[in-house]
Design a protein around this ligand. Structure first.
Ligand SMILES: [Zn+2]
Ligand SMILES: [Zn+2]
Length: 329
């Protein structure tokens, strides 16, 4: 039986373990993908730290997968062998629940999530549901990987934030660095908030077109129309609410966040909206990849070998990354 290299989470709280696993076989409706690059997402940290309920264990993490199709399971015609594909977080939906039937498959009652409730891309091969793979353009797999979650979730959060001109972003990591470039191309003003004193991240945000960058303990120079909070820090929720104008929207882009402190009603009053985004739909992917066509959005990546996954996770946890960590497989 052919085997592959993989990094495996046996239980939350433990480091990933390098392992030789059998190459998985694609079942009906699935494809086998040779992984070339897999981004490291904050969600992977939440998984490793035990902050997400009921993972498949052991599990191969990773849901920002770029690779090519090498074998088809029964019944699959597309994507074809040799096709370059991206495999995102949304691994499968039921297609029949009331959410799936109303254009909200991101909220499916019985979904599978890549690298969480099914094996993901911290490995040489992975199987994926053919219907949930995105065909990708040619290009460096490492540079493409961050689009598969940071880009997708960022884009969903961006669309949810509405059309307002002044957009704040709290937490200037992988998602923010992609989103800032799209927002600038759309003629928006970007206000970037980092950890207080993180002047390197603030300079990075300005390089990517932010009109203003400062610490999350500062108020922006003008009231914002919308703010997206990517940092998993509940204390930023009232901070962002205070930064948006009347009618402003605060969108929470993470899957997990520390507790939100109580706050006075007056910072929510005047029709400010506070909401989260969860997961993605395939339509978000179609929208993102269509928007990227003809746009020069550069991803800033730091490559790591597959066996260095624990190092990549540590760098993300400690906020030592500008842009995105990507495992090169
Ligand atoms: Zn469903
Ligand atoms: Zn992710």
């Amino acid at each position: 039986m052919p085997t592959m290299r993989a990094m495996v989470l046996d239980a939350p709280g433990r480091p990933l373990r390098p392992a030789e696993l059998p190459v998985p076989e694609p079942g009906p409706g699935e494809v086998l993908v040779r992984v070339r690059a897999c981004g490291v997402c904050r969600t992977d940290l939440h998984l490793v730290d035990g902050e997400l309920p009921n993972p498949k264990l052991p599990v191969v993490p990773g849901h920002e997968i770029v690779g090519e199709v090498v074998a088809l399971g029964p019944g699959v015609e597309e994507p074809h062998p040799g096709q370059k594909v991206g495999v995102p977080w949304l691994g499968r939906t039921c297609g029949v629940c009331r959410f799936c039937r109303s254009g909200r498959e991101n909220l499916c009652d019985s979904p599978l999530f890549t690298g969480y409730t099914r094996d993901g891309g911290y490995a040489e091969y992975t199987v994926a549901d053919a219907r949930f793979c995105f065909p990708l353009p040619e290009g460096d797999p490492v540079a493409l990987a961050p689009f598969l979650c940071a880009g997708l979730i960022g884009f969903r959060a961006y669309r949810t934030a509405g059309e307002g001109k002044r957009l704040g972003i709290y937490g200037f990591g992988a998602a923010a660095h992609i989103l800032a470039q799209i927002a600038r191309a759309d003629g928006r003003e970007v206000y970037a908030f980092t950890r207080p004193g993180d002047t390197a991240a603030q300079a990075f945000a300005r390089e990517l077109g932010a009109s203003w960058a400062g610490g999350s303990d500062e108020l922006p120079p003008v009231p914002l129309d919308a703010a997206i909070v990517f940092a998993p820090v509940g204390a930023l929720v009232p901070v962002a609410l205070r930064a948006v104008d009347k009618g402003g929207v605060v969108v929470l882009g993470g899957i997990h966040m520390s507790d939100i402190p109580s706050f006075p009603y007056r910072i929510l009053w005047e029709e400010r909206v506070l909401r989260s985004v969860a997961n993605l739909t395939r339509e978000d992917g179609a929208g993102l990849f269509a928007r990227l066509r003809g746009l020069k959005v550069a991803t800033h990546t730091r490559p790591f070998a597959l066996e260095e996954a624990n190092l990549a996770l540590a760098a993300l946890r400690e906020g030592r990354l500008q842009g995105a960590a990507v495992l090169v497989v």
